[in-house]
Design a protein around this ligand. Structure first.
Ligand SMILES: CC(C)(COP(=O)(O)OP(=O)(O)OC[C@H]1O[C@@H](n2cnc3c(N)ncnc32)[C@H](O)[C@@H]1OP(=O)(O)O)[C@@H](O)C(=O)NCCC(=O)NCCS
Length: 180
């Protein structure tokens, strides 16, 4: 179990899938993601079956330490031990009462500790819409650096949008006192 001061991460279970569908279909959350179609429970079950077979991915539920309630998600994707790299994805806080309260920040810090201090990885990166100021502010706040602009990489809302790649290398990483 990955536990911080107020946030803990656990792996997703089949029982979580209906909650994931509800969160990901919420317009304010969907706007931050790259998928074009809404999610269905049937589709999520197929996704979950593939996830369980895929050693390059780990999908976590962000929970509160206080109550254990699941409030969001975060994932490791494209885990690549040969090159020492991994992508962070699916970062969301789905319970509005917990937005802006530092849970997402601590969830990323817990994953960074896992990546650098346990998995011996060297590079953690992520992709985000270049206009997602809130998410970018969060990633920069935990130490990610801008790596490159993906010009007009995404078509959304009738026009093209830029993407941003951010990354953090192990030598740039300074662990906060969070348990891994
Ligand atoms: C992105 C998201 C997960 C952030 O969640 P959150 O609850 O606001 O995050 P936190 O409270 O943990 O954020 C803390 C840090 O983010 C930064 N931040 C938060 N809101 C910000 C804003 N509006 N602008 C800039 N930076 C911001 C701050 O640096 C803050 O750290 P500080 O309080 O120590 O200064 C949330 O807004 C969300 O679920 N968005 C919809 C889905 C999405 O777009 N996900 C990203 C896909 S790439």
């Amino acid at each position: 179990m990955l536990i911080g001061e107020k946030t803990r991460l656990r792996l997703v279970e089949e029982e979580d899938l209906a909650q994931l569908v509800a969160w990901r279909n919420e317009p304010s959350i969907w706007a931050g993601f790259f998928n074009k179609f809404p999610l269905s429970l049937g589709g999520q079950k197929e996704w979950y079956a593939r996830l369980m077979q895929d050693p390059t991915r780990r999908f976590f539920m962000i929970c509160t330490v206080a109550t254990g309630e699941a409030i969001g998600t975060i994932a490791l994707e494209a885990l690549d031990f040969a090159n020492g790299s991994v992508e962070i994805g699916n970062v969301l806080i789905g319970q509005p009462a917990y937005l802006g309260a530092g849970y997402a920040k601590e969830a990323i810090e817990l994953l960074l500790a896992l990546c650098f201090l346990r998995l011996n990885l060297n590079r953690v990166y992520l992709h985000v819409y270049a206009d997602n100021a809130r998410a970018i502010g969060l990633y920069r706040a935990v130490g990610f650096r801008d790596e490159g602009l993906l010009r007009e990489a995404y078509y959304e809302g009738g026009g093209y949008k830029d993407g941003l790649v951010l990354s953090l290398l192990r030598r740039e990483y300074s662990p906060r006192e969070v348990a891994a």
